[in-house]
Design a protein around this ligand. Structure first.
Ligand SMILES: Cc1cc2nc3c(=O)[nH]c(=O)nc-3n(C[C@H](O)[C@H](O)[C@H](O)COP(=O)(O)OP(=O)(O)OC[C@H]3O[C@@H](n4cnc5c(N)ncnc54)[C@H](O)[C@@H]3O)c2cc1C
Length: 147
């Protein structure tokens, strides 16, 4: 068949989950990402606020878990919540290394208006505080984080 595509890996979905999976795989693989609509038509592209993780020096994974269990009103499995949130700092650092243009603290911006995303660290990121969080915890790329 002329329209048959051969690929090592087929990923269905081109949002955060699909694209993160694609970026995590070895570069030697031939990877195909399928989307049922334009790349801009998915929840990931619409997400604005940012990504919550325990990144501030005054914060802790324990506090993040406690806030999340309260906000979850009994719907969150404690073990899974702790495992996911425990990987938050590492996950945001990985996004920094992929070149996500997270908003940085004013101090960093004053020092360098042309940020080198290759060296961006979670400690450089500006954090906002959203409902349910006991402290500043939300890393963001202006108001278009998902995009
Ligand atoms: C308006 C809005 C704001 C949000 N704000 C935030 C926020 O600030 N912070 C936060 O953490 N979360 C936020 N969220 C939630 C967050 O966006 C989602 O949890 C996350 O983006 C889900 O990613 P995903 O890859 O699973 O799904 P999506 O990003 O929705 O991607 C799904 C992909 O699958 C494709 N697809 C679906 N069905 C098929 C099919 N049959 N065949 C082929 N492809 C298919 C779609 O085309 C799309 O590419 C927000 C969500 C919305 C809607």
């Amino acid at each position: 068949m002329s329209n048959m595509i051969k690929t090592d890996v087929l990923i269905i979905g081109a949002g955060l989950a699909g694209l993160s999976t694609a970026l995590s795989l070895p570069k030697s693989l031939n990877i195909t990402v399928l989307s049922k609509a334009a790349l801009e038509v998915c929840s990931s592209h619409y997400a604005q606020g940012g990504i919550a993780a325990s990144l501030d020096k005054a914060d802790s994974v324990t506090d993040h878990v406690a806030d999340t269990l309260i906000a979850g009103a009994g719907l969150c499995a404690t073990d899974n919540t702790a495992r996911i949130l425990g990987a938050g700092q590492q996950a945001v650092q990985w996004l920094c290394e992929q070149g996500v243009p997270f908003t940085q603290t004013t101090l960093t911006k004053e020092n360098d208006n042309t940020p080198d995303f290759a060296v961006l660290k979670t400690s450089d990121l500006h954090l906002t505080k959203e409902g349910g969080h006991g402290c500043r915890r939300v890393a963001h790329a202006d108001d278009a984080t998902g995009r």
